[in-house]
Design a protein around this ligand. Structure first.
Ligand code: F6R
Length: 610
């Protein structure tokens, strides 16, 4: 998705703007641009391509000024061209705008502005904003003109705005697209997310919908669209800037895969006390209420949706609460049956996924309580839900989610223990075993990461295959889906995830000697034996069998071409261990094919438009 950064300072801002944009690259984009103000004149440079490519052509670091805005564009309205790259300006080249979001009434506004004599240069919806502010600037300052313009706009926006005639002011505004304000010393920032400016400040304010911020190098004021000034809380971010760097790894994805033991240990830290689970005060849901809920609905997208499926399994199996998992994008457009005893849980790494935000808002209309499981402190989803449990994965920069997923599973597991205890669906001994199980996970994950020669071998042998199938059952069916998604995302190889037994109802037709089939088959009392049968079916058709199973296995070992062992754990926890080899497989295949897994084509890290 598009990313925005802006700086106003007492010194040249070119490097900070450049670094800020470079830290936003992970969001996925097709063009970049910057605008500086000096002596009440704009210098704008932009182009199609990655930041480094465009930089080679235009030399962003040669530009200077003590105030500037930058943008990386993920196109929605208008093709990928230099003209459509941001910033966009008004007719007089006095107002410069960068935008993330979609202006829904832009064609009506554009027609009206054209009738009034405005000349448009691009096909974007964003340019309308610059001209609309121009219409309102006469006799007023930039924040007033922006406010008047925004009152006419429908849709989502995060905006950075400069006005050449008020060269000390940086104006920002937000509606349904993420935007933060960073507070520095003799300088202030705006940005789409925290990692982008973390090297310069860890003090941030989260703008809410329909708010405008006016920043100078030493001052900051925030207003509503009604013009009333607002007091906002300043948050101190605990992530350090180093956590958002590659630290010697070739890619963020690899670094983040290897960070998982640590991320899970952090996610558990201080949440287990004796035989109890204790969430922080943001959890906020009371025991009386948790006893009464008779249904849980989980909304999420993509990898977070896969985590939700694992959660469904845990919550039904152990806490005995009927649970449904919905795609957030579908949930928002149907009329769900929710009553006061339904808890709606939203799972999101970024906390900014537009569909998940909309699904939560839809749920709230029914008066139900909502809980979010989220990785980004202060993000939109956390602010609109009644309770929050944070995953503590640290900044996840790689576009393909890895450590956020496993920490989501850890949180869902803790929540299941808490609910099982409150509702007395498990006895103290069972709770104790569950707690012991999760406590071992960080070390067990480390052992999976220490030995992955077989994964490298599979990546070497099969990176040229065009298709593959991932099969799992029970709690590991979502892991089959996640393994297939990881491969598709970063290596562009077609992959399908299925419940293993479902294979014979269709996908079996695809199996031949060119088809790698990855089975996720750790030992369990439910389905292990059945999966053995499914493996035979693939073997009989010549498929290439790769199996993830539990250490010490004797039976599958005889049937598979490649075996990857994970340590023995409780069945519900096997999913956390089993997904890691699949993440590594996807990563190494992408790397062998020469793709950059951190920036997969067409993908964005957080999908902030519908
Ligand atoms: C896949 C991936 C996406 C996200 C999805 C939801 O690797 O990262 O499928 O899981 O876009 O994002 P969040 O969790 O930020 O709501």
């Amino acid at each position: 998705m598009c990313g925005i950064v802006g700086v106003v300072s007492n010194a040249n801002v070119n490097e900070k703007l450049f670094n800020g944009l470079s830290n936003l690259e992970y969001r996925g984009y097709d063009s970049v641009g910057m605008c500086f103000v000096k002596n009440s004149k704009f210098t704008i440079k932009k182009g199609v391509g990655k930041l480094e490519e465009v930089h080679k052509r235009v030399d962003f670091l040669k530009l200077n000024g003590n105030i500037g805005i930058g943008h990386c564009r993920w196109s929605t309205h208008g093709g990928v061209t230099e003209k459509n790259a941001h910033p966009h300006v008004d007719c007089k080249n006095k107002i410069s705008v960068v935008h993330n979001g979609i202006i829904e009434n832009y064609s009506e506004l554009k027609e009206e502005l054209i009738r009034k004599g405005h000349k448009f240069y691009s096909q974007t919806d964003t340019e309308v904003i610059a001209h609309l502010i121009e219409e309102n600037i006469m006799g007023s300052n930039i924040e007033e003109a922006t406010r008047a313009a925004l009152n006419k706009i429908e849709g989502s926006y995060a905006l950075g705005i400069l006005y050449a005639d008020e060269p000390s002011k940086l104006v920002a505004a937000r509606n349904e697209s993420p935007l933060i304000v960073g507070i520095g010393k003799n300088e202030n920032f705006i940005a789409s997310d925290v990692p982008s400016i973390l090297s310069y400040t860890n003090k941030v304010i989260y703008l809410d919908d329909k708010e405008i911020a006016v920043l100078t190098k030493n001052k900051l004021k925030i207003f509503g669209l009604d013009g009333n000034e607002k007091k906002k809380k300043i948050h101190t971010i605990s992530w350090n800037a180093e956590a958002a760097k590659k630290s010697g790894y070739k890619h963020f994805m690899l670094k983040e895969i290897f960070e998982q033991p640590h991320a899970i240990a952090d996610t558990l830290n201080e949440r287990i006390a004796n035989n109890h689970i204790v969430f922080e005060k943001e959890f906020s849901l009371k025991e009386d209420y948790l006893k009464k809920i008779d249904r849980i609905v989980i909304v999420a997208c993509g990898t977070s949706w896969h985590a939700a499926l694992v959660g469904e399994f845990m919550l039904e199996e152990l806490a005995k609460i009927p649970t449904e998992v919905e795609y957030a994008s579908e949930f928002r457009y149907r009329h769900p049956l929710l009553d006061k005893n339904t808890l709606v849980i939203a799972i999101s790494q970024s906390g900014e996924t537009a569909d998940t935000i909309a699904a939560l808002k839809e749920a709230k209309k029914y008066g139900v309580k909502t809980l979010s499981i989220c990785n980004v402190m202060g993000s939109s989803i956390t602010r609109i839900s009644d309770g929050v449990i944070y995953t503590r994965a640290g900044p996840e920069i790689g576009v393909a989610s890895t450590k956020a997923f496993t920490t989501q599973l850890a949180v869902l597991y803790l929540l299941t223990i808490l609910l099982s205890k409150i509702r007395k669906t498990l006895n103290e001994k069972q709770i104790k075993d569950m707690i012991e199980g999760i406590r071992k996970i960080p070390l067990q994950l480390q052992s999976v990461l220490d030995e992955y020669d077989e994964i490298l071998k599979c990546a070497e042998l099969y990176h040229h295959k065009l298709n593959s199938i991932y099969l799992g059952r029970g709690v590991n069916f979502p892991i089959a889906l996640e393994g297939a998604l990881k491969l598709k995302e970063v290596s562009y190889i077609h992959a399908e995830g299925y419940p293993a037994a479902e294979m014979k109802h269709g996908p079996i037709a695809l199996i031949d000697k060119n088809m790698p089939v990855v089975f996720i088959a750790p030992h369990d009392i439910y389905t292990y034996k059945k999966v053995l049968g499914n493996i035979e079916e693939v073997k009989a058709r010549g498929g290439i069998i790769i199996v993830i199973t539990t250490e010490g296995d004797k039976e599958i070992t005889k049937k598979a071409k490649h075996i990857i062992f994970i340590p023995k754990t409780l069945y519900t926890l096997s999913s956390i261990l089993a997904v890691v080899p699949l993440q590594l497989l996807a990563y190494h295949i992408a790397d062998k094919l020469g793709h950059n897994p951190d920036l997969p084509k067409n993908l964005a890290k957080s999908v902030t438009v519908e």
